[in-house]
Design a protein around this ligand. Structure first.
Ligand code: ZN
Length: 428
């Protein structure tokens, strides 16, 4: 049932009253350089923030064997994070409403050379409406919005009348294993909301992602004796060429998927990193290429991985140099399938009302082309999973930033969503 207008106004006012504190908290949050594997301190920061608010706390590690047995588990590599998952649990006095997972990740992607930034990447700065900092938009602002939306309800004298799990995960940027671990741990709810920086729109469909690296080997010789095609770096370029042809085929195939038919080039192969050779005058005997490719919903990660491996193997058999020492393909991160948020769920209707009240506009949806943890809840819990968050720019780039006006609107929308989805009771 839609919220009473007076309750709605009270909650919106409470979000505004807490917004300065929310910005200060978000800035403290950004100061943690929580790159992959370095999220221990920031998870302690989140743990304390939730514990001090009185939530029941749980903190747990990844269970590697359970993750590796699961079809949605990403491969473990030496870079895999060992930081814990943190969950704060709100339990109502009377469980009368629908339960909810509020999820966010704390890991951030590498910031690159600090000289490319206008402000140091982990020293948050505000210019006009923008809050700058690595991981601010993606997605510490949204993470804090979850916490402060619940705070706002309390400030308005209310609390959710259903169980709410505030989940803080790692590994979103590389395997999705943090979100998967919350599922394997047994957390379940009637809906999930993840405030990734989606420009105040709802993700209707999302690609899946696979990570792999290709290693080419050869015999090092002096350049004087270099025969045509016996260079591991040259050979790696030929393999990349074949992967580009595969990418084109997958884009052609993606037109059969209704949500991707009108998206230009939905499947993207990224050659993310390349290393090889030892010396300018020696023919390189090794080359390693790190790749990321997307898959559209309905294609399983396993099928796509098989196709990549088969394709590289077939290409190598027909190549004079590679046929002798075939390259290896190693899947070393994401093995994640895409998902579609089916239209017509009650959760979406509630979010649309909350969004309308907070922004004055209708809720729009779109197809997203980067990995989202939402797939865990959509595919394995099979619950409506709403990926919706503030306006952000330069995600994964330099001068990443989030709009503060948008953050306030989205925090209001989240608070109103929680109130209507979970129902409310007097704050305890
Ligand atoms: Zn993110």
């Amino acid at each position: 049932m839609p919220l009473d207008p007076s309750v709605r106004d009270r909650i919106a006012a409470a979000v505004s009253d807490g917004f300065d504190a929310q910005i200060a908290f978000t800035r403290d949050f950004i100061r943690f350089p929580s790159r992959r594997g370095e999220e221990h301190a920031v998870q302690d920061f989140v743990f304390r923030a939730l514990r001090d608010r009185g939530y029941t706390m749980e903190r747990f590690a990844m269970e590697r064997s359970a993750i590796e047995r699961h079809p949605g588990g990403g491969a473990f590599s030496p870079e895999h994070s060992e930081a814990p998952i943190v969950v704060g649990i709100h339990r109502p006095r009377q469980e009368t409403g629908r339960s909810l997972i509020l999820q966010a990740h704390v890991d951030v992607v590498p910031e690159g050379p600090a000289s490319m930034w206008s402000h140091p990447p982990f020293e948050p700065a505000i210019e006009g409406d923008w809050l700058y900092g690595r991981g601010g938009a993606d997605m510490k602002a949204g993470h804090a919005a979850n916490i402060f939306a619940l705070d706002a309800l309390r400030r308005a004298g209310l609390q959710p009348a259903a169980t709410v799990y505030v989940q803080s995960v790692v590994e979103e940027e590389s395997t999705g294993n943090g979100a998967l671990m919350t599922h394997l741990r047994g957390y379940r709810a009637d809906a999930a909301l993840i405030p990734e920086p989606e420009n105040e729109m709802l993700v209707r469909a999302n690609i899946g992602v696979i990570w792999f690296h290709i290693e080419v080997r050869g015999v090092p010789v002096h350049v004087q004796r270099m025969g045509a095609g016996s260079n591991a770096i040259d050979a790696a370029y030929r393999v990349i060429g074949e992967l580009r042809r595969l990418e084109a085929e997958w884009n052609e195939r993606a037109t059969a998927q209704p949500h991707f038919r009108d998206v230009p080039h939905p499947v993207n192969l990224n050659i993310g990193k390349i290393a090889g050779g030892d010396w300018a005058s020696s023919v390189p005997c090794w080359c390693k290429v790190d790749c990321r490719i997307s898959i559209v919903p309905g294609t399983s990660a396993q099928a796509a991985m098989r196709e990549v491996a088969d394709r590289v193997a077939a290409f190598a058999r027909a190549d004079g140099f590679l046929a002798n020492i075939p390259p290896t393909v190693t899947f070393n991160g994401f093995q994640a399938e895409g998902y579609v948020l089916e239209e017509g769920s009650e959760a979406e209707a509630v979010l649309a009302r909350a969004h309308q009240a907070a922004t004055g506009g209708a809720l729009e949806s779109f197809t997203a082309l980067s990995y989202l943890d939402a797939r865990v809840y959509a595919l394995f819990d099979q619950i409506p999973t709403l990926c919706y968050g503030p306006i952000g720019e330069n995600l994964h780039g330099f001068d990443e930033r989030v709009s503060l006006a948008s953050l306030r609107r989205v925090t209001t929308a989240i608070a109103l969503f929680i109130a209507e989805w979970c129902g409310v009771e007097a704050a305890g």
